[in-house]
Write a protein that binds this ligand. Structure first.
Ligand code: PLP
Length: 386
């Protein structure tokens, strides 16, 4: 497929032909927007890299060396965190890395500060470590600002970890350097570890720059475990590849020890194409995808802000905006109604925490054609329900 068509060519028919969870969970007449998965074709360089790896039969036991070298190079260059390949671990995705961070930092009864709303698996991996989530509430009324005074009030003697998600799913906020510095000051002052999920680092709008909290100083670098992956930028969640890094050698040694026998990195085929996805070869993809997403965001802002009872947020990053729906229904009931009666599948805000209740999350990484049809259906619902 020519590059110019990659981001805007999806049709309902083409997506239903493809093997994916997103389009095969609801009945086929529903446009699915509930999962953070793009309707884009795969980059030709990634496809070729996979073919090449199969051709040379890279399916035997193999090392992580080339993947880790590419990861360390990208983390040092792009994230400005000074790591070596030894400071990096290859893992099956960002979710398992959150589990590993919780296992490393917490014992049963410890406390972890997480935002509300928050990407839900943060909380479920914590449950596995026996730690307790303490919720740092974000308000849509003040643009989901990360209020540091509120954070300070949540810290106790048992606080071991602060969960940072930047860019933030589901609020779509890209954290400012001031917000990150303020969190870092709290963590350094109280010796609290940070787990920073930066999976969405490439999806930032309007010339914003992603800043990694671990890059702010050596002190915060040593307290931080940072995770990245490929599923949002390149739509390759099925490759099950992510990576985590820290400049803290003891923390990395402990995480390796804790996961021995359970965590085996990722497949040789996924690792073989890591250098392609981490280098600059696919900078054209990042640029063209953001151009396309900027158009789709504009379409949503223009149309949804005119709909009865709907407020579209100021989306700074991610392609999963979290609009507010004041249509007189709880988010779960509204999501069910939209799916069953209006044939458009969004995620209920309550799934992201109590502060998400008046919202639905929608994935807008699709073609203009599919987006327009989805907006028509949401508009019909808003007219009827408001
Ligand atoms: C913030 C965040 N972290 C982690 C994940 C899951 O990442 P992975 O597919 O690499 O496990 C997602 C998926 O939507 C996400 O939005």
């Amino acid at each position: 497929m020519p590059r110019k068509d990659i981001f805007n060519s999806a049709t309902v028919e083409s997506m239903l032909r493809a093997p994916n969870l997103k389009w095969h969970t609801n009945p086929p007449d529903v446009i699915p927007m509930w999962i953070a998965a793009p309707d884009f074709s795969i980059a030709p360089e990634i496809k070729q890299g996979l073919r090449d790896a199969v051709e040379i039969e890279d399916v035997f036991y193999n090392t992580d060396n080339a993947a880790k070298a590419a990861m360390a190079e990208k983390i040092s260059r792009f994230n400005k965190i000074p790591v070596t390949p030894d400071d990096v671990t290859v893992i099956q995705g960002v979710d398992p890395s959150l589990w590993l961070a919780a296992k490393h930092a917490c014992k049963p009864g410890d406390e972890v500060i997480l935002t509300d709303p928050m990407y839900a698996p943060f909380k479920s991996v914590l449950d596995a470590s026996g730690a307790k989530a303490v919720l740092w509430e974000l308000d849509d009324g003040d643009g989901y600002r990360f209020d540091i005074e509120k954070l300070k009030m949540l810290v106790t003697k048992r606080t071991r970890l602060i969960g940072v998600c930047n860019p933030h799913n589901p609020t779509g906020r890209v954290m400012t350097k001031e917000e990150l510095n303020a969190i870092a000051d709290v963590a350094i002052d109280k010796k609290i570890r940070i787990v920073s999920d930066e999976l969405w680092e490439d999806i930032v709008f309007d010339d914003r720059k992603h800043v990694s909290i671990a890059s702010l100083s050596p002190e915060i670098g040593d307290l931080t475990l940072t995770s990245w992956g490929f599923s949002k930028t390149f739509g390759v969640a099925g490759l099950q590849l992510g990576y985590m890094a820290t400049t803290n050698k003891d923390a990395m040694a402990d995480m390796r020890k804790q996961s021995t026998g359970i965590q085996r990195g990722s497949s040789t085929l996924a690792k073989a194409i890591a250098p392609i996805m981490l280098g600059t070869t696919l900078d054209w993809w990042r640029r063209d995808m953001m151009r396309h997403l900027t158009k789709i965001r504009k379409l949503c802002v223009t149309r949804m802000n005119k709909m009865n009872g709907i407020t579209f947020p100021d989306l700074e990053g991610t392609y999963v905006p979290f609009p507010r729906f004041d249509l007189g229904m709880k988010s779960k009931d509204l999501a069910d109604t939209l799916t069953k009666e209006y044939k458009v599948g969004l995620s209920a805000g309550i799934g992201f925490g109590a502060k998400g209740e008046s919202h639905l999350r929608m994935c807008i990484a699709t073609s203009e054609g599919i987006m327009t049809e989805a907006l028509d259906r949401i508009e019909a619902a808003a007219e009827k329900l408001c």
